[in-house]
Design a protein around this ligand. Structure first.
Ligand SMILES: NC(=O)c1ccc[n+]([C@@H]2O[C@H](COP(=O)([O-])OP(=O)(O)OC[C@H]3O[C@@H](n4cnc5c(N)ncnc54)[C@H](O)[C@@H]3O)[C@@H](O)[C@H]2O)c1
Length: 407
């Protein structure tokens, strides 16, 4: 255990420095909401009000992921965050006070022993996703796990099997599909506006955004890989979600490590964390053949010589139209364009889209599913498909040839 404050990752820094106005307003509103929720909780305890119908949740992790989940759970009136765990003592205490969390632990193992706990949210380095989820499911808890599901297919499969065996929910946080632009585009695709989408290109590219150089992100054992498993899993999820979950038949990938090993490409050099030197890729590209004849190209990098920024997006080419989402530095404004013909003339539509709820939508959906009692379909298998594709990409890059996926 270290008493140091949580190191600030580049992602977190960018999230805090490049936020659009609407998200700042949203944060201000939610801050007031949190304060009201906290006051109500304190009053209820003093007054002995029955709070038994609330879902009792524990949150593991105090970094960007853990804090985002904690905020989202804390603002729900039918949830009580009863436990919080993380290694940064100061952050643990201050977050515990801010959200009125009664049980604070440094170790996740202790959090799982909390009396009456019903669900756990995992926001730890990726190598801990499987151990925490397996133990939690074995104890009959529902699990919300950060992306990626796991480092490998073997770990992910064990988690899905454990969810099925326990009959408990295992959901994974794919928050970008909860953006407003993605929701509008998904609706248009489902309505047939693009016809049959036969080709898609998705990217997440950073100029200078290796997270926590020398920390767990750049340590293969702790993270499972570089931008492909970190950012690539998000854009793969976006693509498969928008295309209505086509089966991936083959992948052909390349990975490169050109800047990271030479100490370049890190927005926030961080010598103070666990882990070791740069051991993963800093750029990956993959070509996926999809069932039904379609194709998907992925391109992702934490650091490469290109225009500045932290940009992701997807381009879709269909028989009746096309579409493009381009998100620069996490913006929510003017990100979606739809390409069509009007009276036989090429035309472009820019639908008005809101920001969407992102992580908050994922947390709300998780709580809704758990409270519904209808858990069987929520066992992490969709997330496992993403892990299978990522695993196959790494295998393809290593072997220098196309890899065929089973199943
Ligand atoms: N969905 C998203 O947009 C998003 C964004 C960032 C990170 N993530 C994912 O969330 C996870 C965490 O990322 P992060 O950036 O928050 O990492 P981080 O390094 O900032 O935080 C990790 C947290 O885990 C805690 N931890 C580590 N070992 C522990 C232990 N034994 N017991 C209890 N707590 C322990 C640390 O103390 C720390 O608070 C990763 O899997 C990452 O891929 C997702």
């Amino acid at each position: 255990m270290t008493g140091r404050p949580a190191p600030q990752s580049s992602r977190e820094r960018q999230e805090t420095t490049m936020r659009p106005v609407d998200s700042l307003v949203f944060e201000a509103v939610s801050h007031c909401g949190n304060w009201v929720c906290r006051a109500v909780r304190q009053w209820e305890r003093i007054a002995g009000v029955n709070v038994q119908n609330r879902l009792r949740v524990g949150v593991v992790g105090l970094g960007f992921a853990g804090r985002t989940a904690l905020e989202a759970f804390s603002e729900l009136p039918d949830v009580e965050v009863v436990a919080l765990a993380g290694l940064e003592k100061g952050t643990l205490t201050s977050l515990g006070e801010k959200h009125d969390v009664p049980h604070l632990y440094e170790r996740w193992e202790d959090l799982l022993e909390t009396d009456g706990l019903e669900a756990v949210s995992i926001g730890t380095p990726t190598q801990l996703h499987a151990p925490i989820a397996l133990k939690a499911l074995e104890k009959g808890l529902h699990v919300l796990c950060e992306k990626p599901l796991a480092r490998t297919v073997a770990e992910g499969t064990a988690m899905v099997e454990a969810s099925k065996k326990a009959g408990r929910v295992l959901n994974v946080v794919f928050n970008h599909r909860e953006r407003g632009d993605v929701a509008v585009l998904k609706h248009q695709i489902d309505e047939g506006l693009l016809g049959r989408v036969y080709y898609a290109k998705a990217h997440w590219m950073r100029r200078n955004g290796i997270p926590g150089m020398g920390g767990w992100f750049t340590n293969r054992e702790l993270s499972g890989g570089g931008p492909l498993i970190d950012l690539g899993v998000h854009i793969l999820d976006l693509a498969l979600h928008l295309l209505n979950e086509p089966k991936v038949n083959t992948v052909s990938a390349n990975t490169f490590a050109e800047l990271g090993p030479r100490g370049r490409g890190s927005a926030v050099p961080n010598a103070n964390t666990l882990g070791s030197a740069f051991e993963v890729e800093d750029l990956a590209t993959a070509y996926l053949r999809l069932d039904g004849g379609g194709a998907l190209q992925l391109e992702t990098s934490w650091a490469t010589y290109r225009a500045p920024g932290d940009n992701f997006g997807i381009e879709l080419f269909g028989t009746e139209g096309g579409a493009k989402i381009e998100v620069q530095n996490y913006s929510n404004v003017d990100t979606l364009r739809i390409f069509t013909d009007v009276g036989g003339v090429p035309a472009e539509v820019k639908p008005a889209t809101g920001a969407g709820l992102g992580h908050r939508a994922v947390v709300q959906e998780f709580v809704k599913i758990v409270q519904s009692g209808d858990w069987a379909a929520h066992n992490g298998s969709e997330a496992l498909v993403r892990t299978e594709v990522i695993d196959a990409c790494y295998a393809s890059a290593k072997a220098g040839r196309e890899v065929v996926l089973n199943g």
